[in-house]
Design a protein around this ligand. Structure first.
Ligand code: NAD
Length: 374
């Protein structure tokens, strides 16, 4: 089987497959064709792909010759002929237009962000591999933006108190942010609506802020669910106390398919110390603060708010390496030992991330969501 790797849009620095993965795929009977220049921004140049056994062609040739096209961001559906398959991160619960266009054109859309969060899916879990990087980079970015030290220091010229970091949302990104902030010597407080994360948070050396009475999320595949007004009010008060004391706030709270919850209000930000920094990783779905602007840095009365949900792309080499491994593991699931395509829709992983196939929306979550929003 031939797979084609497309160059991502200009704003993206990652590539779906690095040369090292080309070699691994070849051993499984999968031939890789790369669009010329696809890996340039991740420092993987055409020559390295050729050495690894890939063929380099123009965009049109790749699209024309390959049944399976690998691209993180969806290309314009107009340039994709009928009957092809796309594998990437397409956020179908937010991009219903893309889903409809794929149905109309009989394009099979595999969106790896929709894989169930089960143990079997872990090696293909692109949300985890990329969120891990974003959590790390959020702390590094906060440390370079903040005008003071993170660790406690006792020097001949005076003592420095450790930075106070507040992390809202302890999913994959939040947990990596805790670990990174702790390594830099900060004192870390964490809040999440899922009490199940308390132990993990504490084992990383952070304090877990508890608010009693969160809605049961045990049937939501590990994801958070929307909370009652009463809970949100109590949560707001408790978070407010911690925000006002914090030097750095990192927000990562998301609810799949919905706008991100507002956890930090304008009033809280105005009560923060001058020089404090907020990094909002939920910016692309509306942000966790009232003042977040997606892909912008805002200065509000001396508090810097950076809204960026794409921080994994600022580390394109490792991000592409891990993403490529995820894709290769997914390809192993949908191909035979001889390297031919074998889609088993009885498999919960294939069923979970296949959004459209044979001119229909076949993913239950997406079709329910589309029916509700009509
Ligand atoms: P996410 O990006 O969807 O959300 C980040 C965090 O924000 C979550 O911990 C969520 O509980 C929290 N949050 C949501 N609303 C909030 C609010 N109002 N206030 C405070 N916090 C709020 O999360 P994610 O990193 O994608 O992880 C989602 C789930 O999947 C987690 O349970 C995680 O442990 C699980 N997971 C499982 C696997 C696996 O087994 N394959 C892999 C990765 C993650």
């Amino acid at each position: 089987m031939k797979i084609g790797v497309l160059k991502e849009p200009a704003f993206e620095s990652r590539v779906s497959i690095l040369p090292e993965t080309v070699t691994a795929l070849q051993k499984k009977g999968i031939e890789t064709i790369i669009e010329s220049g696809a890996g340039d921004k991740a420092f993987a140049f055409d020559i390295a792909y050729e050495h690894a056994g890939a063929k380099i062609l123009s965009r049109n040739e790749v699209i024309d010759q390959c049944e399976l096209l690998i691209c993180m961001h969806a290309p314009s559906i107009e340039e994709i002929p009928e009957g092809k398959a796309l594998i990437g991160i397409y956020q179908p619960l937010y991009n219903t237009g893309l889903v409809q266009q794929s149905v109309n054109k009989n394009i099979s859309l595999f969106s790896l962000d929709m894989l169930p969060r089960t143990t079997r899916a872990q090696s293909m879990d692109v949300l985890s591999s990329q969120a891990n990087i974003a959590g790390y980079k959020a702390v590094v970015l906060a440390a370079t933006t903040y005008g003071r030290y993170f660790p406690m220091l006792m020097t001949a010229a005076g003592s420095i108190a450790p930075a106070k970091v507040l992390i809202l949302g302890a999913g994959v990104a939040g947990l990596q942010a805790i670990a990174t902030a702790r390594r830099l010597g900060a004192v870390v407080e964490v809040f999440d609506t899922r009490p199940a994360v308390k132990e993990e948070v504490m084992s990383l050396g952070a304090k877990f802020v508890e608010v009693e009475g969160a809605a049961d999320a045990s049937k939501a595949g590990g994801y958070a669910v929307q909370q009652s007004d009463e809970y949100q009010q109590r949560q707001k008060q408790r978070i407010s106390d911690s925000v006002v004391k914090a030097d750095i706030v990192i927000t990562t709270a998301q609810i799949p398919g919905m706008k991100a919850p507002i956890l930090v209000t304008r009033e809280m930000i105005e009560a923060m110390k001058k020089g404090s920094v907020i990094i909002d990783l939920a910016a692309s779905t509306g942000g966790n603060t009232e003042l977040t602007k997606n892909n912008e840095q805002v200065d509000h009365g001396g508090v810097t708010i950076i809204g960026n949900s794409g921080l994994s792309a600022t580390m394109p080499i490792d991000a592409s390496k891990l993403y490529g491994k995820n894709v290769a593991n997914f390809l192993a699931l949908i191909t035979t030992k001889e390297g031919t395509l074998n889609l088993n829709f009885e498999d919960d992983l294939v069923k979970g991330c296949c959004i459209t196939h044979k001119g229909a929306v076949i993913n239950e979550r997406v079709s329910n969501h589309m029916n509700q929003t009509v």
